[in-house]
Design a protein around this ligand. Structure first.
Ligand code: RIB
Ligand code: CA
Length: 349
């Protein structure tokens, strides 16, 4: 289903000099409906925007949230796990199992984003302790068990570094066919955020990302090009707070923490809720426009390490005998995205 956007709408988004702007194509990702919710596992490093993504999934009848697994990224993995347990508790979803995954990358030193998300990973917000504990089997084994036992293939939304997903593909290669789609937040066609080349989730573990993009599993890459259009502002935070609920307050606090940081760092009055776009794409068929690209991950040790090299130019693909291996997000309707989030949090306690 096309999102009905035209490439011309890239204009204000792509101030960067892109030689080729792929036309919006048909999405390959499945999407859930209230009648047939999409079975989904979220692999996450909660994380300010992760927290809103998990809330969106927890509140949406289009999503059957099977599990939240954690990976070190925005904060230490133990923090991320505790955050996931406490967020699901606050959202009234103690029924969703949590399991802890990799503390750090397959290779190289551990990369963190605590300067962005705070040492806790959730800014200055404090959450009530959960009555649940993380499942002792661990993230990769839990994902594998769900893939093996669920009656239909399961979508996975990796919204942190891809270490757990790479380990899953290497430990259980026979289960890749049980993954209906990987709708991942990460990468970018253009500039990175952690470095000029690389977006955080990819540079936090480029080797893992390389395994994933080479895997042949159907992928949608929700990168910075589209997530930097998925913006909330002070009015959004006020609308969340006005819900008068615990979940609304949490979402408002997390959003305000990010807004305060962005204002201090760059004078910006908005904040991108990157991870929630990956979840939204799996529940709203025409919110995000995507285009087909061949994505390669730079795993060198130079200045381009962690870059997702996105080639959508048909001539080059034919010349080099390459096929697109991912849908890449290019446009999203900011107003619809904001309303989707606020309406979802209105359904949470
Ligand atoms: O670059 C944005 C990504 O890095 C998001 O997943 C955010 O949570 C951080 O992990
Ligand atoms: Ca994240």
């Amino acid at each position: 289903m096309s999102a009905g956007y035209t490439v011309d709408e890239w204009g204000p988004v792509h101030a960067i000099p892109t030689f080729h702007k792929a036309g919006a194509g048909e999405r390959t990702a499945p999407f859930g409906t209230a009648e047939h919710p999409i079975p989904l596992i979220i692999d996450s490093d909660p994380g300010l925007d992760d927290a809103l993504a998990i809330g969106l999934a927890a509140a949406s009848p289009e999503i059957q949230l099977l599990a939240v697994t954690t990976v070190g990224g925005n904060a230490d993995v133990t923090r991320c796990t505790e955050n996931a347990l406490r967020l699901l508790h606050a959202y009234g979803r103690d029924d969703v199992p949590v399991a802890e995954g990799a503390a750090g990358a397959l290779l190289g030193s551990i990369v963190r984003a605590t300067e962005v998300h705070g040492e806790s990973g959730i800014g200055s917000t404090t959450l009530e302790a959960s009555t649940n504990a993380a499942r002792p089997e661990g993230a990769v084994a839990l994902i594998a068990r769900l893939l093996e036992t669920h009656p239909e293939p399961v979508a996975i939304a990796p919204i942190g570094p891809l270490t757990n997903i790479a380990l899953l593909l290497r430990l259980y290669p026979h289960l890749s066919s049980r993954i209906s789609h990987l709708c991942l937040m990460g990468g970018s066609i253009g500039e990175g955020n952690t470095t000029a080349s690389a977006e955080f989730n990819i540079i936090a573990d480029p080797e893992a990302a390389d395994v994933v993009f080479r895997s042949g599993v159907p992928i949608t890459m929700i990168g910075l090009d589209v997530t930097h259009q998925a913006l909330l502002d002070r009015e959004s935070a006020a609308a969340l707070r006005a819900l008068g609920t615990t979940s609304g307050r949490i979402a408002a606090e997390l959003t305000e923490f990010a807004l305060d940081r962005n204002l201090e760092w760059s004078g910006s009055t908005t904040t991108a809720i990157h991870d929630a776009v990956a979840v939204a794409h799996l529940m709203v068929p025409d919110l995000v426009a995507v285009a087909p690209y061949h994505v390669t991950v730079d795993t060198t040790q130079g200045p381009a390490r962690g870059r997702t090299v996105c080639d959508g130019l048909p001539y080059r693909l034919r010349r080099d005998g390459r096929q697109p291996n991912a849908d890449v997000g290019i446009v999203i309707d900011r107003g619809r995205f904001e309303r989707l989030l606020v309406d979802a949090f209105a359904r949470l306690p």
